[in-house]
Design a binder for this molecule. Structure first.
Ligand code: C2E
Ligand code: MG
Ligand code: MG
Ligand code: MG
Length: 285
């Protein structure tokens, strides 16, 4: 971790979180070099059919393996990549690498797995997105139904009419659309009804306090009911306890993700972990 890497690393880590323009430019410069040097990497977090598997795919999560600071999480550099526009080339790399990996896993005996890739607002608003997605899928001979693009509710809401058009084109192509961090934005129900999404992903902030019977339990139940009404798949992220898993399963979540079930891991560990868990590769009972 960055914090464990000594004083110099700690200082760098901290500067990435304040808004000093000079320091942000320095991080942007480092990030540009990092991506050229191949220091960016993807971890994969398994996604499970509720309640007990199998694994139905993975979400690709970006990591920066810094030579002196160690692993840096996206929260510390994605905002800067967005501000500087670097997220566009980085995002192209993420999509390509995630699809390459999924093609390899399909060929290695998991031909039904899907890969989920996060898109930030800048990428989502970028002109070349549709052609990029089409070209990347073709390059890896991956059918569109094996790709899920995750956009946050606030991204989808930032320019409603433009979002609807872009999402419709992606959906027409056959790509799945997941509304990430659902419940943290301000979707009107009317808008949600028009949104060409295939999945709602309940924000982990609501999942956290489920077990102790707070208002969050009622909110999550309402989100699930809403999603079912709109014919959307419901995924819960941030599942950390058996009680959360039991609750989410009982109210009808379709799939689950969380540290309790599987953490984000490098590709090699992911496939080893899944291979060791027979429930993950067999059909659900
Ligand atoms: P997200 O897409 O909502 O991803 C879920 C985040 O929750 C990940 O953090 C994941 O490691 C973490 N998580 C998973 N299970 C649990 C759990 O049980 N408990 C808790 N507390 N956390 C859990 P991560 O990897 O740090 O990513 C943070 C955010 O950065 C992502 O949120 C996504 O918005 C963004 N991001 C990650 N990779 C990319 C990327 O390739 N491109 C873009 N544009 N954004 C990315
Ligand atoms: Mg996500
Ligand atoms: Mg999320
Ligand atoms: Mg999030």
């Amino acid at each position: 971790h960055a914090k464990a890497s000594g004083q110099k690393g700690y200082a760098f880590f901290e500067t990435s979180m304040n808004s000093d323009a000079h320091e942000q430019m320095q991080i942007a410069r480092e990030l540009r070099v990092a991506s050229a040097r191949g220091e960016l990497t993807l971890h994969y977090q398994p996604k499970f059919d509720a309640p007990n598997g199998p694994v139905i795919g993975a979400e690709a999560l970006l990591r920066w393996s810094h030579p002196t600071l160690g692993m840096i999480l996206p929260g510390h550099f994605i905002p800067i990549a967005e501000k500087t526009g670097l997220i566009v080339p980085i995002g192209e790399w993420v999509l390509d690498e995630a699809c390459r990996q999924m093609r390899a896993w399909h060929d290695a005996g998991h031909p039904q797995w899907t890969i989920a890739v996060n898109l930030s607002a800048v990428q989502f608003g970028h002109d070349g997105l549709i052609e990029l997605v089409r070209g990347t899928l073709a390059r890896h001979a991956l059918a569109p139904r094996f790709l899920t693009l995750e956009i946050t509710e606030s991204t989808a809401m930032s320019d409603v009419e433009a979002s609807l058009a872009t999402l419709q084109q992606l959906k027409d192509m056959g790509v799945n659309i997941s509304i990430d961090d659902f419940g943290t934005g301000y979707s009107s129900l009317l808008y949600l009804k028009r949104l060409p999404a295939t999945e709602l992903k309940i924000d982990k902030g609501f999942v956290r306090d489920l077990a102790i019977g707070t208002e969050d339990a009622a909110i999550v139940s309402a989100i699930v009911a809403l999603g079912q009404t709109l014919n959307l798949k419901i995924v819960a992220e941030g599942v950390e306890t058996a009680a959360q898993k039991a609750f989410l399963t009982r109210i009808g979540c379709d799939s689950l993700q969380g540290f309790m079930l599987g953490e984000p891991m490098p590709a090699k560990e992911f496939i080893e972990a899944v291979a060791q868990d027979p429930a993950s590769t067999e059909a659900p009972k």
